[in-house]
Design a binder for this molecule. Structure first.
Ligand SMILES: [Mg+2]
Length: 194
């Protein structure tokens, strides 16, 4: 299968960005109560001003560099890579490609394909790469990818994405669970082809 995988909050631990906001920028966000995905909503800045501040002060690269990998992601991705093509599809921009690739290599994760969309719209990439499955943590992406391409989506559970899901988007809480669903989907595709 061709599998699309988001980076932030999916390959990285979803707590990472909030830890950075607290430890390096002096905020006091309670991750378990963090119901908003967009980081600027925890500040008094607009989205534009927040990211301008983050880029200009080196915080954007620092937040990516200091991110922690999600639990079990390393073992599961190497295992899945034996049978599937893995494509990282991130909303990060090309400007941070090198810090992103360095992070992937430093954490010894597989790196075959990295698409940087620079926006939250990933539907075009899903179609261009003919992906069979997508893994996400952003609620709106998960729903729109499924609705516009009809491929199954696995949504990694986080406090900021706990909203009702359409059939076809499944909430999961671990990479082990993701692996189980990949195997199941592979089996059902195999039997449908026979
Ligand atoms: Mg994400």
């Amino acid at each position: 299968m061709q599998i699309g995988i988001d980076l932030d909050g999916t390959v990285t631990d979803p707590k990472s960005c909030f830890l950075y906001m607290n430890d390096s920028l002096g905020y006091a966000i309670d991750y378990q109560q963090a119901t908003e995905y967009e980081l600027h909503t925890y500040t008094n800045m607009s989205q534009h001003d927040f990211w301008k501040f983050m880029v200009e002060h080196g915080h954007e690269e620092a937040i990516y560099r200091s991110s922690l990998p999600h639990t079990e992601v390393n073992d599961v991705l190497w295992n899945m890579r034996q049978h599937h093509h893995l494509h990282y599809v991130t909303a990060r921009s090309e400007a941070v490609r090198s810090v992103t690739e360095e992070w992937i290599q430093r954490h010894a994760l597989p790196l075959d394909s990295l698409v940087m969309t620079g926006s939250h719209d990933k539907v075009g990439v899903v179609k261009d790469l003919s992906l069979d499955l997508f893994m996400e943590d952003r609620y709106e992406n998960a729903v729109s990818i499924h609705e516009e391409t009809s491929i199954p989506v696995l949504l990694f559970d986080a406090p900021y994405n706990r909203k009702p899901l359409p059939e076809g988007v499944r909430r999961i809480s671990s990479w082990k669970e993701a692996h189980h669903h990949v195997n199941q989907l592979e089996q059902s595709l195999f039997f449908n082809r026979r």
